[in-house]
Design a binder for this molecule. Structure first.
Ligand code: 5RP
Length: 219
């Protein structure tokens, strides 16, 4: 099974968590795109979706799915999104696509976070994938120094501006033994909008597409 087939299998399995008439949260990235396409093709008729990025809003709209403002919705029953890494505790690194802040907001507004990944995203300890940190542009140097003090090597994501008008620092070299503590600590640095650790609010379910089928991991 190739990578796309694994992502697609995980994305299709997420349809089991959606009910007719739901307003759901939808994430960003290639696996989330497979989910949007599957939802439009053969999923339950939902009432609408809250998008975690402009790109996702465009894709939802292109399928005729109503895109709603989170401020007009209450708690969402489910949020479906991919990840760059997950560990056995269902903690995640996200933000490879640069949408981490809106992803964290929509995940935080959702009762259940269903994460869809290919098997290559599994790690024992988070940190092999460079940790994305969204930063207010004027704080780039300050935040970089603080990240270096944490043992990381931050690099500006070249030519990239987030949907919120900010920059991303991708941080290599972090061995993330305590994801909740690091997530909380980094978010205290002035100028950090958020970081790509999803541990304080990790996934509730991870659907892992693999050659052997889809594995369901639950908290
Ligand atoms: C975007 C994300 C994505 O979920 C993450 O990068 C995984 O992407 P893909 O499904 O393309 O592998 O966090 O900000």
């Amino acid at each position: 099974m190739n990578l796309d087939a694994m992502k697609k299998a995980a994305a299709e399995a997420a349809l089991d968590y959606i009910e007719v008439g739901d307003v759901i949260g939808v994430g960003t990235g290639s696996t989330a795109n497979f989910f949007i396409d599957a939802l439009a093709r053969s999923g339950p008729a939902i009432d609408g979706a809250v998008a975690s990025s402009n790109a996702t809003a465009d894709r939802l709209s292109s399928h005729g799915i109503r895109v709603l403002d989170l401020n007009d919705c209450g708690e969402l029953p489910v949020y479906v999104d991919g990840a760059d890494e997950f560990d056995p505790g269902l903690n995640l690194v996200k933000g490879g696509g640069g949408a981490l802040t809106r992803e964290k907001i929509v995940a935080g507004a959702s009762r259940r976070f269903v994460c869809i990944v290919d098997a290559g995203k599994a790690v024992d300890v988070l940190g092999s994938f460079p940790l994305p940190v969204e930063v207010i542009p004027m704080a780039r140097a300050l935040v970089s120094r603080r990240l270096a003090a944490e043992g990381g090597e931050p690099a500006l994501r070249d030519g990239f501006v987030t949907d919120n008008g900010n920059v991303i620092l991708d941080v290599r070299g972090l061995h993330i033994a305590d994801p909740k503590a690091l997530e909380t600590r980094l978010n205290q640095v002035p100028g950090v909008v958020t970081n790509g650790l999803f541990a304080v609010r990790g996934a509730d379910v991870v659907l892992v597409g693999a050659g052997s089928g889809v594995q369901r991991l639950e908290r």
